[in-house]
Design a binder for this molecule. Sequence first.
Ligand SMILES: [Mg+2]
Length: 275
Amino acid sequence: MDARKIRAAVFDIDGTLALMDKDKGTYEALPGAIAALDACRARGIIAVAYTNGTFFPPAHYYPLLADAGLVLAPGHILTPAVVAAQQLKRLGHGRVMVTGSEGTVVPLVEAGIEVVGAGPGAGEVDAVLLAWAREFGLPELDAAAQAVWAGAPVYATSVAPFFAGAGGKRLLGVSGAMAAAIRNATGVEAQVFGKPSVAGLEIIAELTGVAAAETAVIGDDPKLEIRMARRAGALAIGVTTGVSDRAAFEAFAEDERAELVVDRLDGLLDHPVFA
Ligand SMILES: [Mg+2]
């Protein structure tokens, strides 16, 4: 491995820093995660948490993670909804139909985007954004399909099939299920803002002032964090505390594979790449 100077570390949340207990709505820190964030602080490495989930607006994650002992600096927790809001704005989409809930709506509204609920009578929209929602049904899917048939581009916060929950349980990826439904109906593939799109790392590089080449990405999913990191030229580090074991990380071609795989985050920053 090359000896790059790493000045920023982007941690995935679910399966990497912590696991969520969906019944209790709380997080539990994974082994070594608290120590890894402490080590970042001690060495002046900027730590960012970037989840692929959009259950909550970013503001909700700070106390949830802090209760689990994981403390991030203000502005340093990102979700695909934050990335979507910034990128939709750049694309000039001022009026956007959103299938998601508060976790998606809040960052868009904060970015000055007019958010239209997915339902009958939504009117003309510039784009459709498919995102996590606890409840959705035919009216939402139909409204999204109608907008796409009318020519609106379609985006998704994530199309991951599932992610890691407490007790080894897989949690269904809702926006991916919606994107599959829309593709089935319209033939249009949703463009993804969340991982493995590099859109999030672009926003993070602006936040940290650190280029991708000097940024490490740490995650439990080779198809999400590792793919995103390799595409952007960041250092890709896999951790086996979530959805993937070592064999799963190694089952990729060399240029798509994690450059380092660890079983827990303890001592991660003692690796020579962080020297
Ligand atoms: Mg994960």
